[in-house]
Design a protein around this ligand. Structure first.
Ligand code: PMT
Length: 402
């Protein structure tokens, strides 16, 4: 995502500078070009060599050192930045920027840049809550500077409260998100994900292997592209993406009810979940006991669950309805049937017997079939790439309908 992007990381003098080492390492993993500017005070906490080794670029500290080439360093850095991150952002740097002070390489470069500047504050709670600091933050926010709010916790100064720098993962997510084109803003997208579970008795249930990964990636991509996202998920062990409305359900009927609540106000419904098609007719109130040795069978009667996609396919007006087909054979044949039967706008078929496709893994191999009869095969891709393809197709349909 960050390939060919130049991110300037301004490191200032706070203990959280050690966490920025991880931020730089993660930016490099995202294939960004990283230029680090450190204040003199920052070099007391972490050696420039650490950042230099990770960023694979020389670290800039001294405003007046002998130039290696004849451009003005703070201007050239300011111009080549696609994004400027200041982490940790101390009360001092926030105050300097707010007051137009440019007295070192970092502050002069910030002053000279026209790119987006994101600050990740980290300081003692009393300093952070100090009205002067808060006034400076509000003033900078009004000017378009962005802040990644600090967390609350036990700080290095042994005080509990707000002021702990956001975690590197959050900072990276924020940065990646800020490069997305918000082409789905104004759209409400409901995504279903994961399995459903149907109880047999208080200790047992039937379910399937869906991990929720496919649906969660769709929700994340839709959020990144500015959509208002509702993620309705059966039980999974993965963290729902931040910034989406998360609704946890158990059974297929629960899932139907949750979708029902949001369907009238949504523009798009994407059914990536694997809901159970059947449920036990009766759920035993007590644990079903093992039969005695003469009875080898346990018979449980199952009845059909509602087909959620088909239900909304029937009542949809101009909403876009996307379904999935998880098949073990006759992929295209069954997927086409489902496209018709459920009145979907397009269907994402995955042959779950193929290695790298379907349940649990981080990748999928899909074929998309639309209502014009187009059948497109995709190679093995990360589920996040599949999510992007699906939402590009949704965006096209939204554009055609508007
Ligand atoms: O969650 P992961 O581990 O990442 O795995 C991803 C996945 C394999 C679950 C996903 O890619 C997928 O294929 N989801 C659909 C699984 C499924 O239930 O397929 P189906 O062919 O049985 O159902 C067809 C469509 O009808 C699906 O959109 C399904 O959500 C929907 N359906 C099914 C049954 C039902 N009672 N109500 C429904 O709405």
């Amino acid at each position: 995502m960050l390939k060919d992007k130049t991110i300037i990381v301004g490191v200032t003098g706070g203990i959280a500078a050690y966490k920025v080492v991880d931020v730089v390492s993660r930016l490099k993993k995202q294939r960004a070009n990283v230029e680090v500017i450190m204040t003199e005070n920052a070099t007391k906490f972490v050696s420039p060599l650490t950042f230099q080794t990770l960023a694979q670029n020389k670290v800039h500290v001294d405003m007046f050192k002998e130039p290696s080439n004849y451009d003005v360093e703070h201007i050239s850095l300011a111009e080549k930045a696609d994004l400027f991150l200041i982490a940790p952002a101390t009360a001092n740097i926030i105050g300097k920027i707010a007051n137009g002070i440019a007295d070192d390489l970092l502050t002069t470069t910030i002053m000279a840049t026209k790119t987006k500047v994101i600050l990740a504050p980290a300081m003692n709670t009393n300093m952070y809550l100090n009205p002067i600091v808060q006034k400076n933050i509000d003033f900078l926010k009004d000017l378009g500077y962005e802040f990644i709010e600090p967390g609350t916790g036990m700080l290095a100064c042994q005080v509990y409260g707000p002021g702990r720098m956001a975690e590197p993962v959050e900072i990276i997510e924020y940065i990646i998100n800020s490069f997305y084109i918000k082409d789905l803003s104004g759209q409400k997208i409901v995504v279903t994900a994961g399995p459903t579970i149907e109880p047999l008795d208080p200790v047992r249930y039937i379910s399937n292997h869906s991990s929720g990964k496919m649906g969660y990636k769709i929700a994340e991509e839709a959020r990144n592209r500015g959509a208002q996202v509702v993620l309705i998920s059966g039980p999974t062990s993965i963290e729902p993406p931040k910034g989406v409305e998360f609704v946890r359900v158990n059974t297929t009927i629960d899932m139907l009810k949750a979708v029902e609540k949001h369907f009238p106000t949504c523009q798009v419904l994407i059914k990536a979940a694997a809901p159970a098609d059947y449920r036990p007719e009766k759920v035993s109130e007590v644990k079903i006991k093992k039969k005695d040795e003469h009875e080898d069978e346990l018979n449980i009667k199952f009845i059909k669950n509602p087909d959620i996609a088909a239900h909304f396919g029937k009542i949809k007006k101009d909403q876009i309805l996307v379904g999935f087909a998880a098949e073990t054979d006759n992929l295209i044949g069954y997927a086409k049937e489902k496209l018709e039967k459920k009145n979907l706008d397009f269907i994402v078929a995955n042959d779950i017997t193929r290695s790298g496709a379907g349940f649990k893994g981080d990748t999928n191999i899909v074929t998309i079939i639309d209502r014009n009869g187009n059948i497109t095969d995709y190679p093995l891709l990360d589920k996040s790439q599949v999510a992007k393809i699906i939402l590009d197709k949704v965006k096209n349909l939204l554009d055609i309908r508007s």
